[in-house]
Design a protein around this ligand. Structure first.
Ligand SMILES: [Zn+2]
Ligand SMILES: [Zn+2]
Length: 142
């Protein structure tokens, strides 16, 4: 996380923003989170640890984390944006349970290959890609 915080601070300075304690606290809370978190969940996490931050600052800071390549914003079917760490995080796809909202990460070289074939077949230059599969997890089926 030290390296990520450095990148964050450098990005703030580079883009003419101030390195404030509030932004650092938000970045720390986010960077110590695994998985896929909503802005509200992050706000609650900060509140639980006694850090008071404004919602607007939280959203702006999450946007800066995305800009800096440290986070990625994902929109699953539920409609609420979720953020996940990007730095040092292997490329992966998601299985999303439509009942409990659980998100499972998976990697499949086969899916990667199929996508390459589809791009080639359609002479398509892809700049981003994502696979999300929706269904019910094991617990929700029982
Ligand atoms: Zn489920
Ligand atoms: Zn993920």
């Amino acid at each position: 996380m030290v390296q990520e915080l450095q990148i964050f601070q450098q990005h703030l300075s580079k883009t003419g923003r101030k390195v404030t304690q509030e932004r650092i606290e938000i970045a720390k809370a986010f960077l110590s989170t695994e998985g896929h978190i909503t802005a509200d969940e992050l706000l609650q996490k900060l509140q639980r640890s006694g850090v008071a931050v404004g919602r607007a600052t939280l959203y702006r800071t999450l946007a800066v984390l995305c800009e800096a390549g440290l986070a990625v914003k994902r929109q699953f079917d539920e409609g609420t944006a979720r953020y996940e760490r990007l730095y040092g995080h292997k490329r992966h796809d998601h299985l999303v349970c439509t009942r409990c909202g659980k998100i499972i990460e998976f990697e499949s070289p086969l899916i990667e290959r199929v996508q390459q074939e589809v791009f080639l077949a359609h002479d398509f230059l892809a700049h981003s890609r994502r696979v999300e599969l929706y269904g019910l997890c094991k617990e929700c089926r029982e």
